[in-house]
Design a binder for this molecule. Structure first.
Ligand code: PLP
Length: 387
């Protein structure tokens, strides 16, 4: 067992050993520019083709509809801005109150530029009401941009219903599938969506590589101008990382049916729910990613818990972020109706393919000890909420 119990796979994943092996030759002898016509360049270009085919296979689309980018964030920005460029007179965007900061920050910026943003609410399970989406779309709506899976709670939005609505309303749909990719089956073509964003570092490839599915059915406007990626994304491709992304996608596709990650997540979650009083599970019990568990522990501050858990080798995330000395509760948990206290008392555990049963058992011992210690220190005393 490693000294680190890494339960933060929604933040990032370690590069899988096979993925690392696959990328190394492209950092050593395979250093050609994929746009060069001599053999070294053609080999790099062929490596990109292979990776594109593998990413497309996991996404369920044609290879020619995958554009490699630098990140999920770049893909999201490109998709939304490309959709807006289709008709400059349409100045309304529909999104949700629980999106990733990449979408939130872009929409806030666009709001300052005069766009109207509808932030769809979610219920206490983190789910949105498709009828509210339908009502929100107007003649002015340029794009609907929604998560496939929430990074904090793992909650899965009903993408089939969502895409049925946007198709009926003839509105462009972008789905942020950064967390869903490789964790649940994705069939982009069958969904009939216009844009889908992906990222490499959530599926055991390195950071700094992403992909955008852009349907050939609509006009596409690049964010970065240049000749690469058929003029759809300028900038010499990061060949080694793209090869790694392709390898990671291939492995993820082969392990899609494997129930181990869910079993480990459930083992941890069930143990914590059974042994610690005053816990609230955040997010729908079933309609969520198999690897994610977001729990609020009444009477604790999650930022303090992170430090104590780190001392015991456990890495996870908090439902709050400390910026400029003050602790802000997660906007996702707030949108689900949690009080500031319960949002600040939340921890996200995200299991990965490389997590072992021994690590889960060690976490099952460490987490209750940390929660008890924090509750002893807390002026609020013992919890009143029943588990
Ligand atoms: N969207 C979601 C749901 C995410 O979880 C993340 C990363 O945390 C992103 C987008 C951004 O991806 P990247 O880190 O590749 O920019």
């Amino acid at each position: 067992m490693s000294s680190v119990i890494y339960l933060d796979n929604n933040a990032t994943t370690q590069v899988a050993p096979e993925v690392f092996e696959a990328m190394v030759p492209w950092l050593r002898e395979g250093y050609g520019n994929p746009s060069s016509v001599y053999r070294l360049g053609r080999q790099a270009s062929a490596a990109l083709d292979g990776a594109r085919a593998r990413v497309a296979a996991l996404a369920g689309c044609q290879e020619g509809e995958i554009i490699f980018t630098s990140s999920g964030t770049e893909s999201i920005n490109t998709a939304i801005l490309s959709a807006l460029a289709l008709d400059p007179d349409k100045r309304h965007i529909v999104t949700s109150a629980v999106e990733h900061s990449a979408t939130v920050k872009l929409c806030e910026h666009l709001a300052q530029r005069g766009y109207e943003i509808t932030w769809l609410p979610v219920d206490s399970d983190g789910l949105l009401d498709p009828a509210e989406l339908e009502n929100a779309i107007t003649e002015e709506t340029a794009v609907v941009s929604l998560l496939w899976a929430n990074n904090e709670t793992g909650v899965l939005f009903p993408v089939e219903e969502i895409s049925a609505i946007t198709r009926r309303k003839k509105t462009v749909l972008h789905l942020d599938a950064v967390q869903a990719f490789g964790k649940v089956a994705i069939d982009v073509e069958r969904l009939g969506v216009e844009f889908v964003s992906f990222s490499g570092h959530k599926i055991y490839a390195p950071k700094g590589v992403g992909a955008l599915y852009a349907s050939r059915r609509i006009r596409y406007t690049p964010l970065l101008r240049g000749s690469q990626e058929e003029g759809r994304r300028g900038g010499t491709q990061n060949v080694a990382s793209i090869v790694a992304f392709g390898k990671a996608a291939e492995i993820a596709r082969a392990s899609l049916g494997d129930a181990t990650v869910k079993e480990l997540r459930d083992r941890l979650e069930n143990h914590l729910l059974a042994t610690i009083p005053g816990i609230l599970r955040n997010g729908h019990a079933d309609q969520r990613l198999p690897n994610t568990s977001n729990l609020s522990f009444e009477g604790i501050e999650s930022e303090a818990a992170l430090i104590l858990l780190d001392e015991r080798g456990v890495c996870c995330s908090a439902g709050s972020a400390c910026t400029s000395g003050s602790v802000h509760p997660s906007h996702v948990l707030k949108a689900m109706g949690l009080s500031n206290e319960m949002a600040r008392a939340s921890l996200r555990f995200s299991v990965g393919r490389l997590t072992t049963a021994a690590e889960i058992d060690a976490a099952c011992a460490a987490i209750p000890a940390v929660v008890s210690r924090l509750r002893e220190m807390s002026p609020a005393g013992s919890p009143v909420l029943t588990a």
